[in-house]
Ligand binder design. Structure first.
Ligand SMILES: [Zn+2]
Length: 372
Protein backbone atom coordinates (compact mmCIF):
# COMPACT_ATOMS: atom_id res chain seq x y z
CA UNK A 1 0.00 0.00 0.00
CA UNK A 2 2.62 2.51 1.07
CA UNK A 3 4.90 1.41 -1.82
CA UNK A 4 2.14 2.08 -4.31
CA UNK A 5 1.86 5.60 -2.92
CA UNK A 6 5.63 6.13 -3.32
CA UNK A 7 5.53 4.75 -6.88
CA UNK A 8 2.72 7.14 -7.76
CA UNK A 9 4.64 10.12 -6.46
CA UNK A 10 7.87 9.10 -8.21
CA UNK A 11 5.83 8.79 -11.38
CA UNK A 12 4.56 12.33 -10.80
CA UNK A 13 8.18 13.60 -10.51
CA UNK A 14 9.00 11.98 -13.87
CA UNK A 15 5.93 13.62 -15.44
CA UNK A 16 6.98 16.97 -14.10
CA UNK A 17 10.46 16.47 -15.54
CA UNK A 18 8.99 15.80 -19.00
CA UNK A 19 6.73 18.83 -18.63
CA UNK A 20 9.72 21.04 -17.79
CA UNK A 21 11.68 19.81 -20.78
CA UNK A 22 8.74 20.67 -23.02
CA UNK A 23 8.44 24.13 -21.59
CA UNK A 24 12.16 24.77 -21.92
CA UNK A 25 12.42 23.68 -25.54
CA UNK A 26 11.13 26.93 -27.19
CA UNK A 27 13.91 28.96 -25.54
CA UNK A 28 16.52 27.63 -27.95
CA UNK A 29 14.67 28.94 -31.01
CA UNK A 30 13.57 32.28 -29.56
CA UNK A 31 15.37 35.60 -30.06
CA UNK A 32 17.29 37.02 -27.10
CA UNK A 33 14.55 39.25 -25.74
CA UNK A 34 11.87 36.57 -25.97
CA UNK A 35 14.14 33.87 -24.55
CA UNK A 36 14.94 36.01 -21.57
CA UNK A 37 11.22 36.51 -20.85
CA UNK A 38 10.55 32.73 -21.13
CA UNK A 39 13.42 31.93 -18.75
CA UNK A 40 12.13 34.36 -16.16
CA UNK A 41 8.66 32.83 -16.37
CA UNK A 42 10.10 29.28 -16.04
CA UNK A 43 12.13 30.26 -13.00
CA UNK A 44 9.10 31.67 -11.34
CA UNK A 45 6.75 28.76 -12.08
CA UNK A 46 9.26 25.98 -11.29
CA UNK A 47 11.66 27.04 -8.60
CA UNK A 48 9.81 30.06 -7.17
CA UNK A 49 10.01 29.82 -3.40
CA UNK A 50 6.32 29.91 -2.58
CA UNK A 51 4.36 28.91 -5.64
CA UNK A 52 6.87 26.91 -7.73
CA UNK A 53 6.06 23.38 -8.86
CA UNK A 54 9.11 22.04 -6.96
CA UNK A 55 7.78 23.44 -3.67
CA UNK A 56 4.46 21.86 -4.49
CA UNK A 57 6.12 18.44 -4.96
CA UNK A 58 8.01 18.82 -1.67
CA UNK A 59 4.80 19.52 0.17
CA UNK A 60 3.53 16.06 -0.80
CA UNK A 61 6.34 14.50 1.27
CA UNK A 62 4.27 14.48 4.46
CA UNK A 63 1.73 12.14 2.93
CA UNK A 64 4.39 9.38 2.69
CA UNK A 65 5.40 6.91 5.33
CA UNK A 66 8.65 8.12 7.03
CA UNK A 67 10.70 5.25 5.47
CA UNK A 68 9.79 6.35 1.95
CA UNK A 69 10.38 10.05 2.37
CA UNK A 70 14.13 9.91 1.73
CA UNK A 71 13.75 8.26 -1.69
CA UNK A 72 11.11 10.79 -2.77
CA UNK A 73 13.08 13.76 -1.43
CA UNK A 74 16.18 12.73 -3.39
CA UNK A 75 14.18 12.39 -6.56
CA UNK A 76 12.62 15.86 -6.21
CA UNK A 77 16.00 17.45 -5.37
CA UNK A 78 17.54 15.87 -8.44
CA UNK A 79 14.83 17.44 -10.60
CA UNK A 80 15.29 20.79 -8.90
CA UNK A 81 19.06 20.76 -9.61
CA UNK A 82 18.40 19.83 -13.21
CA UNK A 83 15.96 22.74 -13.66
CA UNK A 84 18.33 25.24 -12.03
CA UNK A 85 21.24 24.12 -14.17
CA UNK A 86 19.20 24.25 -17.38
CA UNK A 87 17.96 27.78 -16.69
CA UNK A 88 21.39 29.06 -15.59
CA UNK A 89 23.07 27.65 -18.70
CA UNK A 90 20.57 29.32 -21.01
CA UNK A 91 20.91 32.64 -19.18
CA UNK A 92 24.71 32.57 -19.38
CA UNK A 93 24.50 31.89 -23.11
CA UNK A 94 22.09 34.79 -23.58
CA UNK A 95 24.26 37.38 -21.86
CA UNK A 96 27.24 36.25 -23.93
CA UNK A 97 25.48 36.61 -27.32
CA UNK A 98 23.99 39.92 -26.17
CA UNK A 99 27.42 41.43 -25.58
CA UNK A 100 28.79 40.12 -28.85
CA UNK A 101 25.91 41.26 -31.02
CA UNK A 102 25.86 44.77 -29.52
CA UNK A 103 29.46 45.60 -30.26
CA UNK A 104 30.72 45.72 -33.81
CA UNK A 105 34.37 46.63 -33.55
CA UNK A 106 34.63 47.13 -37.30
CA UNK A 107 32.19 50.08 -37.33
CA UNK A 108 33.84 53.50 -37.75
CA UNK A 109 33.48 55.82 -34.73
CA UNK A 110 30.75 58.44 -34.70
CA UNK A 111 32.16 61.96 -34.76
CA UNK A 112 31.17 64.04 -31.71
CA UNK A 113 29.68 67.43 -32.47
CA UNK A 114 32.20 70.11 -31.59
CA UNK A 115 31.05 73.56 -30.56
CA UNK A 116 32.25 76.54 -32.55
CA UNK A 117 32.77 80.15 -31.70
CA UNK A 118 30.13 82.45 -33.10
CA UNK A 119 31.72 84.71 -35.76
CA UNK A 120 30.78 87.79 -33.73
CA UNK A 121 32.49 86.41 -30.62
CA UNK A 122 35.55 85.77 -32.72
CA UNK A 123 35.61 89.32 -34.07
CA UNK A 124 35.08 90.73 -30.61
CA UNK A 125 37.94 88.70 -29.19
CA UNK A 126 40.23 89.69 -32.00
CA UNK A 127 39.47 93.38 -31.53
CA UNK A 128 39.93 93.06 -27.76
CA UNK A 129 43.28 91.31 -28.29
CA UNK A 130 44.54 94.04 -30.62
CA UNK A 131 43.67 96.81 -28.17
CA UNK A 132 44.87 94.99 -25.08
CA UNK A 133 48.27 94.65 -26.73
CA UNK A 134 48.21 98.43 -27.22
CA UNK A 135 47.62 98.86 -23.49
CA UNK A 136 43.87 99.47 -23.47
CA UNK A 137 41.53 98.40 -20.69
CA UNK A 138 38.40 96.43 -21.69
CA UNK A 139 35.19 97.50 -19.91
CA UNK A 140 31.50 96.76 -20.15
CA UNK A 141 28.67 99.11 -19.33
CA UNK A 142 24.92 98.88 -18.63
CA UNK A 143 22.63 98.24 -21.59
CA UNK A 144 19.80 100.10 -19.89
CA UNK A 145 20.94 103.70 -19.69
CA UNK A 146 19.54 107.07 -18.78
CA UNK A 147 19.18 109.91 -21.20
CA UNK A 148 21.91 111.91 -19.47
CA UNK A 149 24.70 109.39 -20.15
CA UNK A 150 23.44 108.34 -23.55
CA UNK A 151 22.73 111.80 -24.97
CA UNK A 152 22.95 114.88 -22.81
CA UNK A 153 26.50 114.55 -21.48
CA UNK A 154 27.64 113.66 -24.99
CA UNK A 155 26.77 117.14 -26.17
CA UNK A 156 23.23 116.25 -27.24
CA UNK A 157 20.90 118.30 -25.03
CA UNK A 158 17.13 117.74 -25.30
CA UNK A 159 15.78 118.82 -28.69
CA UNK A 160 19.23 118.45 -30.26
CA UNK A 161 18.61 117.42 -33.88
CA UNK A 162 21.38 114.80 -33.78
CA UNK A 163 19.20 112.68 -31.49
CA UNK A 164 17.13 111.85 -34.54
CA UNK A 165 20.16 110.09 -36.04
CA UNK A 166 19.64 107.36 -33.48
CA UNK A 167 16.04 106.32 -33.20
CA UNK A 168 15.77 105.31 -29.57
CA UNK A 169 13.89 102.63 -27.65
CA UNK A 170 12.66 104.20 -24.40
CA UNK A 171 11.55 102.19 -21.43
CA UNK A 172 8.06 102.95 -20.24
CA UNK A 173 9.07 103.69 -16.67
CA UNK A 174 12.35 103.89 -14.78
CA UNK A 175 14.01 100.53 -14.32
CA UNK A 176 13.35 99.98 -10.63
CA UNK A 177 10.10 98.06 -10.29
CA UNK A 178 9.13 99.27 -13.75
CA UNK A 179 7.69 97.53 -16.75
CA UNK A 180 10.09 96.67 -19.51
CA UNK A 181 7.66 97.49 -22.29
CA UNK A 182 9.41 99.03 -25.28
CA UNK A 183 7.69 101.98 -26.79
CA UNK A 184 8.69 105.47 -27.55
CA UNK A 185 6.98 107.69 -25.08
CA UNK A 186 6.69 111.41 -25.41
CA UNK A 187 8.83 112.45 -22.53
CA UNK A 188 8.57 116.09 -21.40
CA UNK A 189 11.77 117.98 -22.15
CA UNK A 190 12.15 118.96 -18.48
CA UNK A 191 12.42 115.31 -17.44
CA UNK A 192 14.43 114.15 -20.41
CA UNK A 193 17.68 113.45 -18.58
CA UNK A 194 15.87 111.06 -16.20
CA UNK A 195 14.29 109.04 -19.01
CA UNK A 196 15.36 105.41 -19.21
CA UNK A 197 16.31 103.88 -22.52
CA UNK A 198 18.21 101.07 -24.17
CA UNK A 199 21.58 102.56 -25.01
CA UNK A 200 21.85 103.54 -28.66
CA UNK A 201 25.65 103.43 -28.59
CA UNK A 202 28.42 102.29 -26.29
CA UNK A 203 29.55 105.94 -26.03
CA UNK A 204 27.41 106.26 -22.90
CA UNK A 205 30.15 104.40 -21.07
CA UNK A 206 32.66 107.15 -21.93
CA UNK A 207 30.80 109.47 -19.58
CA UNK A 208 30.49 106.91 -16.79
CA UNK A 209 34.19 106.11 -16.97
CA UNK A 210 35.48 109.67 -17.22
CA UNK A 211 33.29 110.72 -14.28
CA UNK A 212 34.95 108.12 -12.09
CA UNK A 213 38.51 108.19 -13.42
CA UNK A 214 41.16 110.86 -13.96
CA UNK A 215 43.14 110.94 -17.23
CA UNK A 216 45.14 109.41 -18.84
CA UNK A 217 42.51 107.00 -20.18
CA UNK A 218 42.74 104.22 -22.72
CA UNK A 219 39.62 102.04 -22.83
CA UNK A 220 37.49 100.01 -25.18
CA UNK A 221 33.87 99.10 -24.40
CA UNK A 222 32.41 96.22 -26.40
CA UNK A 223 28.70 95.50 -26.06
CA UNK A 224 25.16 95.42 -27.41
CA UNK A 225 23.31 98.54 -28.48
CA UNK A 226 19.70 99.07 -29.57
CA UNK A 227 17.88 101.19 -32.13
CA UNK A 228 14.45 101.29 -33.68
CA UNK A 229 15.53 99.79 -36.98
CA UNK A 230 13.58 97.28 -38.97
CA UNK A 231 15.31 94.05 -39.91
CA UNK A 232 16.88 94.10 -43.34
CA UNK A 233 20.11 93.04 -45.03
CA UNK A 234 22.19 95.53 -43.07
CA UNK A 235 20.08 96.49 -40.01
CA UNK A 236 18.99 94.77 -36.83
CA UNK A 237 17.33 96.48 -33.85
CA UNK A 238 20.09 95.08 -31.67
CA UNK A 239 23.71 95.07 -32.78
CA UNK A 240 27.17 95.21 -31.27
CA UNK A 241 29.74 97.95 -31.07
CA UNK A 242 33.18 98.47 -29.70
CA UNK A 243 33.63 101.93 -28.28
CA UNK A 244 37.10 103.34 -27.84
CA UNK A 245 38.31 106.32 -25.85
CA UNK A 246 41.77 107.77 -25.37
CA UNK A 247 42.32 110.88 -23.23
CA UNK A 248 45.57 112.45 -22.10
CA UNK A 249 47.87 115.39 -22.54
CA UNK A 250 48.87 116.10 -26.14
CA UNK A 251 46.73 113.43 -27.86
CA UNK A 252 46.30 114.46 -31.50
CA UNK A 253 44.52 113.40 -34.65
CA UNK A 254 47.76 111.72 -35.70
CA UNK A 255 47.39 109.31 -32.74
CA UNK A 256 43.87 108.49 -33.92
CA UNK A 257 45.09 107.78 -37.44
CA UNK A 258 47.99 105.64 -36.29
CA UNK A 259 45.74 103.61 -33.99
CA UNK A 260 43.19 102.82 -36.72
CA UNK A 261 45.92 102.07 -39.19
CA UNK A 262 47.37 99.42 -36.86
CA UNK A 263 43.99 97.95 -35.90
CA UNK A 264 42.45 97.78 -39.39
CA UNK A 265 45.52 96.28 -40.98
CA UNK A 266 45.59 93.60 -38.33
CA UNK A 267 41.88 92.86 -38.83
CA UNK A 268 41.77 92.92 -42.61
CA UNK A 269 45.33 92.44 -43.82
CA UNK A 270 46.84 94.57 -46.55
CA UNK A 271 44.26 97.30 -47.23
CA UNK A 272 44.18 101.05 -47.82
CA UNK A 273 42.54 103.37 -45.29
CA UNK A 274 40.69 106.60 -46.03
CA UNK A 275 39.39 109.32 -43.68
CA UNK A 276 36.30 111.33 -44.63
CA UNK A 277 35.08 114.43 -42.74
CA UNK A 278 31.85 113.67 -40.88
CA UNK A 279 29.71 114.96 -38.04
CA UNK A 280 29.08 113.59 -34.55
CA UNK A 281 27.94 115.91 -31.74
CA UNK A 282 30.49 114.45 -29.29
CA UNK A 283 33.59 114.78 -31.48
CA UNK A 284 35.20 117.71 -33.30
CA UNK A 285 36.61 117.27 -35.86
CA UNK A 286 34.85 114.01 -36.77
CA UNK A 287 35.84 111.47 -39.38
CA UNK A 288 34.42 108.35 -40.90
CA UNK A 289 36.95 105.73 -41.80
CA UNK A 290 36.77 103.57 -44.93
CA UNK A 291 38.88 100.63 -45.99
CA UNK A 292 39.58 99.70 -49.59
CA UNK A 293 37.36 96.94 -50.98
CA UNK A 294 39.32 93.71 -51.11
CA UNK A 295 36.83 92.09 -53.45
CA UNK A 296 37.54 94.42 -56.38
CA UNK A 297 40.81 95.92 -55.13
CA UNK A 298 39.35 99.40 -55.41
CA UNK A 299 38.01 99.16 -58.97
CA UNK A 300 34.37 99.10 -57.86
CA UNK A 301 31.94 96.18 -57.40
CA UNK A 302 28.54 95.29 -55.96
CA UNK A 303 29.88 94.90 -52.42
CA UNK A 304 31.35 98.42 -52.29
CA UNK A 305 28.51 99.91 -54.37
CA UNK A 306 31.01 100.70 -57.15
CA UNK A 307 32.98 103.10 -54.92
CA UNK A 308 35.97 100.87 -54.19
CA UNK A 309 35.62 101.77 -50.46
CA UNK A 310 33.79 100.26 -47.47
CA UNK A 311 32.68 102.26 -44.45
CA UNK A 312 34.03 100.71 -41.27
CA UNK A 313 33.97 103.12 -38.31
CA UNK A 314 33.12 106.56 -36.99
CA UNK A 315 35.58 108.61 -34.96
CA UNK A 316 36.85 112.01 -33.97
CA UNK A 317 38.57 114.17 -31.39
CA UNK A 318 36.56 114.39 -28.15
CA UNK A 319 34.42 117.56 -28.15
CA UNK A 320 35.37 120.08 -25.42
CA UNK A 321 31.72 120.14 -24.27
CA UNK A 322 32.01 116.43 -23.37
CA UNK A 323 35.10 117.12 -21.26
CA UNK A 324 33.23 119.92 -19.51
CA UNK A 325 30.37 117.54 -18.71
CA UNK A 326 32.77 115.25 -16.84
CA UNK A 327 34.83 118.06 -15.25
CA UNK A 328 37.97 117.54 -17.31
CA UNK A 329 39.78 120.73 -18.31
CA UNK A 330 39.55 120.94 -22.13
CA UNK A 331 42.55 123.29 -22.17
CA UNK A 332 44.65 120.66 -20.49
CA UNK A 333 43.45 117.38 -22.03
CA UNK A 334 42.64 116.15 -25.50
CA UNK A 335 41.52 112.77 -26.74
CA UNK A 336 39.92 110.74 -29.46
CA UNK A 337 36.94 108.39 -29.54
CA UNK A 338 35.62 105.86 -32.00
CA UNK A 339 32.87 103.32 -32.50
CA UNK A 340 33.15 100.26 -34.68
CA UNK A 341 30.32 97.88 -35.57
CA UNK A 342 31.20 94.25 -34.91
CA UNK A 343 28.66 92.88 -37.38
CA UNK A 344 30.11 95.15 -40.06
CA UNK A 345 33.62 93.84 -39.38
CA UNK A 346 32.41 90.23 -39.39
CA UNK A 347 30.45 90.73 -42.62
CA UNK A 348 33.52 92.12 -44.40
CA UNK A 349 35.94 89.62 -42.92
CA UNK A 350 33.86 86.53 -43.64
CA UNK A 351 31.99 87.65 -46.78
CA UNK A 352 28.55 87.60 -45.17
CA UNK A 353 26.02 89.66 -47.11
CA UNK A 354 23.04 89.50 -44.72
CA UNK A 355 23.40 90.76 -41.12
CA UNK A 356 20.38 88.70 -40.00
CA UNK A 357 22.38 85.49 -40.39
CA UNK A 358 24.35 86.33 -37.25
CA UNK A 359 21.20 86.16 -35.15
CA UNK A 360 19.24 83.32 -36.74
CA UNK A 361 21.39 80.58 -35.18
CA UNK A 362 21.11 78.46 -38.29
CA UNK A 363 23.64 75.66 -37.87
CA UNK A 364 24.24 75.52 -41.62
CA UNK A 365 25.61 79.06 -41.33
CA UNK A 366 27.47 78.67 -38.02
CA UNK A 367 29.15 75.42 -39.02
CA UNK A 368 30.94 77.19 -41.85
CA UNK A 369 33.25 78.75 -39.27
CA UNK A 370 35.76 76.04 -38.39
CA UNK A 371 36.41 75.32 -34.69
CA UNK A 372 39.03 77.67 -33.36
ZN1 LIG B 1 34.45 96.45 -54.38
Amino acid sequence: MTNTKLDNLLELVREREAQFENELKPVDSQDNAQASVTLTTLKHSWIGRKSGLISELMSLMSSLAPTNRRAFGQSVNKLKTKIETAINDREAKLSKTKTLSNIDVTLPGRPLPIGREHPLIRVRQQIEDIFMRMGYEVLEGPEVEDDYHNFEALNMPPEHPARDMQDTLYLETPIVGGKWGLHRSTIPTTQASAATLLRTHTSAMQIRYMKSTAPPIRIIVPGRVYRRDNLDLSHTPMFQQVEGLVVGKGITFADLKGTFDAMLRELFGDIKIRFRPSFFPYTEPSAEVDISCKNCEGRGCGICKQTGWLEILGSGMVHPAVFEAVDYDPDCFTGFAFGIGMERVAMLKYDVDDIRMFYENDLRFLEQFPPA
